[in-house]
Design a binder for this molecule. Sequence first.
Ligand code: M6R
Length: 606
Amino acid sequence: MCGIVGYVGEKQAAPLIIEALKKLEYRGYDSSGISVLNSEGIFTAKKKGRIQELESMLDYSKIEGTLGIAHTRWATHGIPDEINAHPHLDCSGKIAIVHNGIIENYASLKEVLISEGHRIVSQTDSEIIAHLIEKFQKQGNPLEHSVKKALSLVEGTFGLAVLGTDKFGGPRIIAAKKGASLIIGIGNNEIILASDATAIINHTRKVIYLNDDEVAVLSKDGCFITKINGERVKNQIQEIKWSLEEIEKKNFKHFMLKEIMEQPEAVQNALRGRINGAVPKLSLKIDVNKTKRIILTACGTSWHSALIGKYLIEKIAQIPVEADYASEFRYRDPLISETDLVMAISQSGETADTLAALRQAKSKNAQTAGIVNVVGSTIAREVDSGIFLHAGPEIGVASTKAFTTQVVALALFALFLRHEKGIKDSPELMRELSMIPSKIKEFLTSAEGQIGGIAKEFYSSKNFLYLGRGVNFPVALEGALKLKEISYIHAEGYPAAEMKHGPIALVDDEMPVVFVATQSASTFDKITSNMQEIKARGGRIITITDEENSSIKSLSNFLVLVPKTIEELSPIINVLPLQLLAYKIADLKGLSIDKPRNLAKSVTVE
Ligand code: M6R
């Protein structure tokens, strides 16, 4: 899980690729490195830590060259240090590579290479690629063929950029992809290669999404793509629609806060053009009559959306649904048949486990669909059809607007299925859905101060408990996950009624307990009893509710009022205070909110 950048053009490569690389830092940030090619050979610099640390040791006036590659790393094989940082060089120093992915058979390949006399210096799986290419180039193969020969030996995934010189064609970058995203930006007399569009958009909006098993030769003569097996591929140039403004932080202190605050627009965009009277307009290729069961599969926050999706689809469309962690589903050899519809939910569209689960479903002839944010991502391209979130890029590692737009997409999907099944349409739900963006806005415009106050009260707590019932149980899980990942406070989400089967033992006057207790919930009365149980044990209660009443008020130490909506849609509103609470606590603790320790935005390794 790393970020890759490459440049071929007329400008000086080093400053340009370092700037572009910074846009990819969210993919990993334990070390970084750069290689630039000029007439004297390849200059390489690497540094442990953030890209800024690499940048501050570079003297651009001494790094001339108009071809270069760079990499920001999230370690998988080998500790984060300068030796393991990319680029990796071959023995001669004439080939430099940057790699995102995992080479599963690297140990056996390494052994062979060492026995053949190659000097392998790092503990990474990636370095062997440079030596394999060297071996094939020394046998007289052109650089491109040497890369293809090397890749035909490796098992695993790669987004790869190789910097070198071909004895026939001159200096070039060879890019190759399998299971890790790689995009080629086509500018005026320049080509920018990157793991995703955020690094390219400053230079050009014209891009080619490289497909698995494709290899691109990037040189002053342009971009030439073939498959690893040699078959020619036509360049399919597409235009990126996201604006630069959407990608930048604007005036917010962190991307996470910006992304929380832009949820009214994000949700509006997710609904745009999809509400048509009582029937949602979605272009899905699903045979609903054939579908006996739906399996929603995802990881992390997207799995929490899947749990809500189960509730929504079963209630609205009356089709049985399972919500499965992709990492569990894929290794369980699940019983799947063509009467199943497997839907992968993923913000990035690149999560390795979700992608593998999807591929497994396809191999068992299930119908497939996706709910994905990143257009052109691998999952988006591999599903039979799907729903894009249109949430815009999500840069903060903690997922916020992806969650709310996923729930919106799932509600639309449930209504779509209901209609296709011939069940009477639900205009009330559609109407309420169309009002959700203004309700989100109503809450967010006034909430920051109050939630900031609650955060001040609890930011030094060691543990938090989040409780909810029904459709709001996954909201409790999501609130706990948000807090854990950015504030490093231990937190657990539980169905409120389960509390007395164990977690209640943890409750004392040190323990903040967050109740998601909107009154629209059919279990509202039960939740107030759970609150009594916590209160009786001295727990400090923060309640998220939609109507102030005297019993809730007397039980709660803090009461957060959210706009009223119907139960099915309440997770979209109820998660907002939990996102803000996690954010405010992490901010008070002075933590690295957008890039929390040990985490990366898209988990493209298993
Ligand atoms: O891109 P995806 O939605 O597939 O990512 C899944 C998880 O890795 C992601 O939701 C993760 O849990 C977030 N950091 C949560 O905030």
